[in-house]
Design a protein around this ligand. Structure first.
Ligand code: FCB
Length: 454
């Protein structure tokens, strides 16, 4: 199976998960610093204080990217490194760090793909209300503008917000992510404000970055129930699809929310939408982060993924479905057909509104470490990636326009509420020594890239 010419092969990371250096060079606190330092919030009390020490070791990590042969690297800017208080003064040392990284990438012939917000909201902005409040909008736009003005000569591909569903529903709905609030009203308000912030960021970037290529990055999952002819299961599936997929697809691409959103969220939604909020800002690409189909009728062992609980809270209970087959270390089902189904579905349902799509994240956690000979034989990751890439290739054959694929993640890193316990990397990180080891999957991926084929 051969991929289209120029297919953008990449790997992804995010600032708080890899950088460390949490208090260095003027970086201000984010909600994830606060959250991870609150006892009981993150497994084993892990924090991102040091993480992969990428802030200092980025040249070595750049070497790893070169070795794997990626054409693009998706990373995120840490807002609290660039504007430590969230608004106001810029921190030149923060800008200098990303200057070094970006210049290094460009010298290596690797395209920088930048996320503006991968969850590290400056703490003062949460103190002012966070994503459920409109007070976040102005500072976000100013931050995005500052980033665009400074880096826009070298970075063209931008994603304003990574996974707005996770930002709103896990941060404010179930509270398993920072800032740890469990309140449906706040989650709905936050969800709406991610849309408004996305629109405003897109407009601002277009003003300051000539030739900018801007796209939302949405974590999507198709509903998966045992019996779609059963009315209760049908309802659960429809609500999950609205809650996680269509809320952002419809608002970003068509400038409206699904009817079902107003029906299910009621006044929580109606009360926060203001005129102009949903004015469509054309996008250049759609980024899809795909891990698994939403097995909403079955509680996954991992308490962090609570589509089950969210849908349950929204419709008053969820149907019982049979447990899924083998899962990854996250307890996530392995459903490779879902990634291709999504690509084909959007091609069909959004036809001419839909520009090119990218898989901006896809990967799996498996706890494989170095064997006695130092090699990391992570064959389960290779199997997972191969199956998902085959499904992407299949979708391309079925007419989907897919521009590239980013594996999550370059490095084992701080996996949010699960800390360092879950390893997603192509590269193994020994956290005690910060030693990096390419896993077998990295070598396999390098080969796929080199041949542009599976
Ligand atoms: C996604 C996040 C990413 C990583 C993967 C496993 O939801 O965007 O930071 O944690 O899941």
């Amino acid at each position: 199976m051969t991929f289209p010419d120029g297919f953008l092969w990449g790997a992804a990371t995010a600032s708080y998960q890899v950088e460390g250096a949490a208090t260095e060079d003027g970086r201000g606190p984010s909600i994830w610093d606060t959250f991870s330092h609150t006892p009981g919030r993150v497994l084993n009390g892990d924090t991102g204080d040091v993480a992969c020490d990428h802030y200092h070791r980025w040249p070595e990590d750049l070497g790893l990217l070169r070795e794997i042969g990626v054409r693009a690297y998706r990373f995120s800017f840490a807002w609290p490194r660039l504007i430590p208080a969230g608004t106001g003064a810029l921190e030149p040392r923060g800008f200098a760090f990303y200057d070094r990284l970006i210049d290094g990438l460009l010298e290596a012939g690797i395209e920088p793909v930048a996320t503006l917000y991968h969850w590290d909201l400056p703490q003062p902005l949460q103190d002012a209300g966070g994503w459920p409040s409109r007070s976040v909008l102005e500072p976000f736009e100013a931050y995005v503008r500052a980033v665009g003005e400074h880096f826009g000569d070298r970075v063209k591909r931008f994603a304003p917000i990574n996974e707005p569903w996770v930002v709103s529903w896990l941060g404010y709905g179930t509270g398993v992510h920072a800032p740890g609030i469990a309140d449906i009203g706040q989650a709905v308000a936050a969800a709406h404000h991610t849309v408004v912030a996305h629109n405003r960021a897109t407009r601002a970037l277009r003003e300051v970055v000539p030739g900018a290529l801007i796209g939302p990055v949405l974590n999507q999952a198709l509903p998966d129930v045992d019996d779609i002819s059963d009315p209760f299961q049908q309802r659960a599936a429809a609500v999950q699809d609205m809650n996680q997929n269509l809320f952002w697809m419809e608002s970003i691409l068509r400038g409206r929310y699904p009817e079902l959103a107003y029906e299910v969220y009621g006044d929580h939604l109606a009360s926060v939408v203001q005129p102009g909020d949903l004015d469509v800002q054309p996008i250049d690409w759609l980024g899809i982060n795909f891990y698994f189909n939403a097995r909403i009728g079955h509680r996954l062992p991992n308490p962090v993924d609570q589509q089950y609980d969210i849908v349950g809270a929204l419709i008053g209970g969820v149907p019982e479905n049979a447990p899924v087959g083998p899962t990854t270390d996250m307890g996530w089902p392995i459903t490779p057909q879902g990634i291709g189904d999504l690509l084909v579905r959007w091609t069909r349902e959004y036809a001419d509104l839909l520009p090119q799509m990218f898989i901006t994240e896809n990967g799996c956690a498996y706890d494989d470490g170095p064997d006695a000979d130092g090699r990391v034989r992570d064959t389960r990751r290779i199997d997972y990636l191969r199956a998902h890439l085959a499904s992407v290739g299949d979708a391309i054959d079925r007419g989907a326009d897919v521009g590239g694929y980013f594996q999550w993640s370059l490095l084992d890193n701080f996996e949010w509420a699960l800390g360092y316990a879950k390893r997603f990397g192509l590269v193994h990180v020994d956290y005690a020594t910060q030693r990096r080891t390419l896993k077998d999957s990295a070598r396999w991926y390098a080969d796929v890239i080199a041949r542009n084929a599976l």
